[in-house]
Design a protein around this ligand. Structure first.
Ligand SMILES: [Mg+2]
Length: 181
């Protein structure tokens, strides 16, 4: 890739769904997922606020996803409720370096007045005009329509099933988009 670092497209990445397919059926899986019992801050706060007393959250991660994401050549950014905790708990399992993250602030879980996903406006604001792909299990047609009107054709909103997580087919779609730049 010849583009300079600052001109690389952004890849804004959700955790729960694309990386942690929490809707996955139990049983044998062809992919190399391993389960991790974690206590992220948001989870602990929803379970009494005391880390020693909160139940652990099972998070299934596929270590092959880290190298595959890196190979895309994008500037990776966490776009997840894990925020900076993705750097402590998710990135190391996948072999990813410390990444920037979107701090949702007051937008976190706040209903959107136009019915968009609560992340959508914050994602567009973070990108600030740069080309970006947003990978998330909760993207809907209304988000795509709004972002296309705001940003034009240089964006990719790609929904990933929370039952299977990122697949080779998803990477093929993202790679095809990256090659536009
Ligand atoms: Mg998600």
């Amino acid at each position: 890739m010849t583009a300079s670092r600052s001109r690389r497209p952004l890849l804004l990445l959700d955790v729960d769904g694309p990386l942690n397919p929490f809707g996955r059926q139990p049983g044998p899986c062809a992919e190399r997922y391993a389960s991790h019992m974690l206590r992220p801050r948001n989870w602990v706060e929803r379970h009494g606020g005391v880390i020693e007393e909160a139940p652990a959250l099972r998070v299934d991660l596929n270590p092959a996803h880290g190298p595959a994401l890196t190979a895309l050549g994008c500037e990776l950014v966490w776009a997840t409720t894990w925020m900076d905790q993705a750097n402590a708990m998710i990135g190391p399992v996948l072999g990813l370096p410390r990444l920037p993250f979107i701090d949702w602030g007051d937008a976190l879980f706040s209903p959107d007045p136009a019915g968009l996903h609560w992340k959508t406006r914050a994602v567009v604001a973070y990108a600030a005009g740069r080309p970006f792909a947003w990978i998330d299990d909760e993207i809907e047609a209304s988000d795509r329509d709004w972002v296309a009107a705001e940003c034009g054709p240089s964006v990719l909103l790609h929904a990933v099933s929370d039952e299977v997580g990122l697949t080779d087919d998803d990477f093929t779609v993202i790679q095809a988009w990256v090659q536009e730049f």
